[in-house]
Design a protein around this ligand. Structure first.
Ligand code: TYM
Length: 337
């Protein structure tokens, strides 16, 4: 039997090459080896304020990005027989996620959520006093997402590792208290692409929510924007193209080059021996454009209607899986199902 993978992206902000290299590119590679379930996690997105109309648009946009990147989910197969994978669906269309979350909340500790780096980062500016409870509690919802489907492998970028650890801890705790129920999931984090850094600050990860658009190359950026952003990307002192830890900006750009060209950092260093930043950056922009152009063509060819159909079908396919696990959990804790 194939093992199961589950992962998701929040429909907040614009997806960038960090999301692609850290997560989606690996989903595409793993989708046939596993029973694959990929979710648009809109309930996670509302842990910070969202404009409702934009959220709806972004939800469809993310699903189109999954499909354009090569996730081969199809509609029209929900009824009858075993579900066919991969599946993509919208989190809020499967209420079992929040139901399981509630139960997991009762075995989660304040102290383990207080340790979460992402919560600390997101409340750094405004402080945690005024932060939404949902933002604090969000890793428990993520644990529910994962555990509901008997997930064994969770392909994510490095920043999500701590959250997957929590899912493991909660699964173990529940199993201990109520008997074997959950599979203990593992994060799948690939060295390359696991942490794409900001183009304007190589000390921090590239982020959907960074204020400056010069922080990231978005998957839907046009050619001119990509060229401009790469040109503006910060670099280190010196003029040689070398891959080294004491040149974090250049290291990040070489990593991006490597990921989109299937060349190793060493090969790239060699290619640019005796050349400067100008040549390197110009060609890096073209390498990214070479990847994004066909991707964007596939994206544009998808209609909202067909994507919504695939998502609806996906929700219908995952619901019986989710309900079965939730019923088991409810029974174990003493609910009448
Ligand atoms: P989100 O929406 O912030 O990011 C989506 C995926 O992109 C990865 N990522 C990066 N990878 C490399 N470099 C970067 N700069 C970078 N920025 C983001 C993230 O690690 C992630 O894999 N909580 C999750 C969504 C989620 C989820 C889940 C994931 C909800 N439930 C269950 C897996 C399983 C999040 O906010 O990802």
């Amino acid at each position: 039997m194939k093992k199961r993978i589950f992962s998701g992206v929040q429909p907040s902000g614009n997806l960038h090459i960090g999301n692609y290299l850290g997560a989606i590119a690996n989903w595409v590679k793993l989708q046939d080896e596993f029973e694959s379930i990929f979710c648009v996690v809109d309930m996670h997105a509302i842990t910070v304020p969202q404009d409702p109309e934009t959220l709806r648009k972004k939800t469809i946009e993310i699903a189109k990005i999954y499909l354009a990147a090569g996730i081969s989910a199809k509609g029209g197969s929900a009824s009858g027989g075993d579900p066919t994978f991969p599946i993509i669906f919208i989190q809020s269309q499967v209420p079992e996620h929040t139901e399981l979350m509630w139960i997991l909340n009762t075995i989660s500790k304040m102290s383990e959520l207080e340790k979460m780096t992402q919560f600390k980062d997101k409340t750094q500016k405004g402080g945690s006093e005024g932060a939404a409870v949902g933002l604090f509690d969000y890793p428990v919802l993520m644990a529910a997402d994962i555990l509901l489907y008997g997930t064994e492998v969770v392909p994510v970028g490095e920043d999500q590792k701590q959250h997957v650890e929590l899912a493991r801890d909660l699964a173990k705790r529940f199993n201990q208290k109520f008997g074997e129920t959950f599979i203990i999931p593992k994060a799948f984090i690939k060295e390359e692409g696991m942490r794409v850094m900001g183009l304007d600050n190589p000390e921090k990860k590239m982020s959907k929510s960074a204020e400056s658009a010069y922080n990231r190359i978005e998957l839907l950026d046009d050619e001119e924007t990509i060229r401009r952003k790469i040109k503006k990307a910060v670099t280190d002192s010196g003029s040689e193209i070398v891959y080294s830890d004491d040149k974090p900006a250049l290291k990040n750009l070489i990593n991006i080059y490597a990921a989109f060209s299937n060349k190793s950092p060493k090969e790239i260093e060699k290619m640019y021996m005796g050349k400067g930043y100008g040549d390197f950056k110009a060609e890096l922009a073209e390498v990214i454009i070479g990847f994004l152009t066909p991707f964007q063509e596939k994206y544009s060819a998808l209609s909202d209607e067909e994507v919504l159909e695939i998502l609806k079908d996906g929700a219908e396919k995952v619901r019986p899986i989710a309900k079965e696990k939730l019923d088991e959990v409810k029974t174990k804790v003493g609910f009448i199902v």
